[in-house]
Design a binder for this molecule. Structure first.
Ligand code: SF4
Length: 361
């Protein structure tokens, strides 16, 4: 067991999980070694809901259940669900007619929904409600004859799903570098929307440049960058301002994870690395580093963070202080297709709280 201190007062015990131990050496550094553990980190409400949706679909309908794209962008989550009987596909035409298919947390374009219906697939929509909110905004603005500038990353599944809501009215803006080359139909009927998992600071810079070019550009009715992305960036900013090195747990295709590395480097960390697993931490990353910051992306089970803490403890970083910048208690209800059990009774299985659960691997 190790003890994580939560600020000056509260503390709680975290069970150690057997991992590849004693791989890292406890080399001396010039100051006391410590870990600053960012909070919030890890699972958000949308990821929790999507993963539970696949688990419940497997329980209810049996294996296989097909999932279009990775349910969430984390290789550990995906491989674990594969072992339980999920089959991940790129497109609905790879799924046998009449099967169950889950749409991922990143959302889908209407053409994907139509393609699933054409194959008589039983679709379970695990799109995060905060992504659905952006879809609705896109539809509403297009009906009101607006053009939409969607700030996001080309090729990301969420961006494809959002652009697909109003493809004839939406232009993708990858970042500040795209602004000068944009052409729009009517600069007075223009709104910007965004992907939910971007860097807040970079997005605001893009918006500032857009507004210089298009002074009547409208803002979305509320933040599109979601609460989880924002909270994790605020927490890592605080950690990075005191840390020498920051380790971000998460997968390479996880947008919010990769942004955490960027934000750490922009806010004081001398170095920042992303790892899927603790075994990827390199001995030389720790050379001369007294304070190591640790966080994880919104699709990362806490067990993977615990393994990082275990390995860091082997290297002498056993003093772990949690840096808390927000409390999260948001929960979403299950996708409507799973809200009743096989007998038609309401399914009351709770959502949320996975950030604190260690028993899911
Ligand atoms: S990161 Fe945000 S938008 Fe994405 S699943 Fe989590 S809560 Fe939803």
């Amino acid at each position: 067991m190790s003890t994580i201190t939560n600020g000056a007062a509260a503390s709680f015990d975290v069970p150690r999980i057997p991992a590849l131990r004693n791989r890292l050496r406890d080399n001396p550094v010039s100051a006391p070694k410590r870990v600053l553990l960012a909070a919030p980190r890890g699972y958000c409400a949308g990821v929790d809901r999507a993963v539970i949706a696949v688990e419940k679909a497997l329980e209810r309908f049996g294996s296989p259940v097909y999932v279009r794209k990775q349910i969430v962008h984390n290789i550990h989550v995906v491989s674990t669900l594969e072992k339980k009987g999920a089959i991940f596909v790129d497109e609905v035409d790879q799924v046998p007619e009449g099967s169950h298919i889950v749409f991922s947390a990143h959302g889908v374009a209407p053409t994907v929904v139509a393609g699933a219906a054409a194959r008589n697939l039983e679709a379970i929509d695990a799109t995060c409600p905060l992504v659905t909110k952006v879809h609705r905004e896109a539809l509403r603005y297009s009906r009101d004859d607006f053009d939409i500038l969607l700030i996001g990353h080309a090729g990301h599944e969420e961006v494809e799903g959002t652009m697909g809501q109003a493809p004839e009215r939406t232009t993708l803006v990858n970042g500040p570098g795209d602004v000068a080359g944009l052409t729009v139909r009517d600069p007075d009927n223009l709104v910007w929307l965004s992907q939910t998992t971007l860097s807040v600071d970079e997005t605001m810079e893009t918006v500032r440049m857009l507004r210089e070019r298009f002074p009547n550009l409208q803002n979305p009715p509320s933040d599109d960058i979601c609460y989880a992305t924002q909270n994790r960036q605020v927490a890592i900013k605080k950690v990075a301002s005191e840390a020498d090195l920051v380790i971000v747990v998460g997968s390479a295709n996880s947008s919010n994870t990769v942004r955490l590395v960027d934000v750490a480097l922009e806010n004081g960390a001398k170095a920042a690395y992303r790892v899927d697993y603790a075994s990827e931490i390199q001995q030389e990353w720790l050379d001369g580093m007294a304070t190591v910051g640790v966080t994880s992306g919104a699709s990362v089970p806490e067990v993977l963070v615990q393994e990082v803490l275990d390995d860091l403890a082997d290297a002498g970083y056993a003093d772990v202080k949690q840096v808390v910048t927000a409390e999260e208690d948001l929960m979403f209800s299950l996708p409507k297709e799973l809200r009743t059990d096989a007998n038609g009774e309401a399914d009351s299985r709770g959502l949320g709280g996975r950030t604190k659960r260690l028993d899911w691997q």
